[in-house]
Design a protein around this ligand. Structure first.
Ligand code: PCA
Length: 222
């Protein structure tokens, strides 16, 4: 049977965040697995990343080198998000207003010294958004994954992906979870239940798999 490999990453708790939905999503999707898409088996490997500018990408990269994925979807919490945000691009900027797990807070510093200002994702964001609309999942497109660790990881992921023509890589920003499920301290957001966030990420992967297969068929590659 034909198979595709997906690496899915999330972050753990950090300052003021008791429950990071990205961690829950990764754990849950790894546990449940994913149904076949068009007769293709999907192997999902989850990886939990430290909230560290220096270490997040090396840890994800290690997982990528181990599993040789066709698709990489990174996720993280965006505190101010009120819905699932599908990120279009990553920018070459680190500008932390609070320290990361290593107590580093780079200000106005590029992720890559000689890198381009931004990279675009190739995930089929509009098709994914249509799936969300059909299921009543609150979501938007976004051109701003922030300037903290999430954006820095996304930039390094797309920098890596640009030489791997076949691989599709992207980033999904998740909103806080509701009060009672471990909302972000001091947040007034109503949040989106973890189950809905898991379903959203299942949709992201399933639609991306379809797109990947269509591209492979169109180019005659396997
Ligand atoms: N969100 C942070 C880093 C880890 C996470 O889940 C961010 O917005 O960069």
């Amino acid at each position: 049977m034909r198979r595709l490999t997906v690496v899915l990453s999330g972050f753990g708790s950090y300052e003021g965040v008791a429950v990071n939905p990205s961690r829950r999503v990764v754990e849950e999707m790894e546990r449940r697995g994913l149904p076949e898409v068009e007769g293709v088996r999907i192997d999902v490997h989850g990886v939990l990343l430290p909230v560290s500018f220096a270490k997040a990408w090396p840890v994800l990269c290690e997982s990528i080198e181990r599993f040789h994925p066709d698709i990489v979807v990174a996720t993280g919490l965006k505190r101010r998000a009120r819905a699932v945000e599908l990120e279009r691009c990553a920018t070459n900027l680190m500008d932390a207003s609070r320290p990361d797990a290593d107590n580093m807070s780079p200000r106005s510093t590029p992720v890559r010294d000689e890198g381009p200002a931004a990279y675009w994702t190739r995930l089929p964001l509009r098709s994914i958004l249509r799936d969300f609309a059909g299921e009543g999942i609150a979501a938007t497109l976004s051109s701003d994954a922030g300037t903290f660790v999430c954006n820095s990881l996304f930039y390094q992921l797309l920098d890596w992906a640009r030489f791997r023509g076949r691989v599709l890589a992207g980033f999904v920003s998740l909103p806080p979870v509701p009060e009672g499920e471990g909302a972000v301290a001091g947040s007034t957001a109503t949040g989106l239940p973890v189950d809905v966030q898991v379903q959203a990420c299942v949709d992201v992967v399933a639609r991306t798999v379809e797109y990947f297969l269509a591209e492979q068929d169109a180019t005659g590659r396997d």
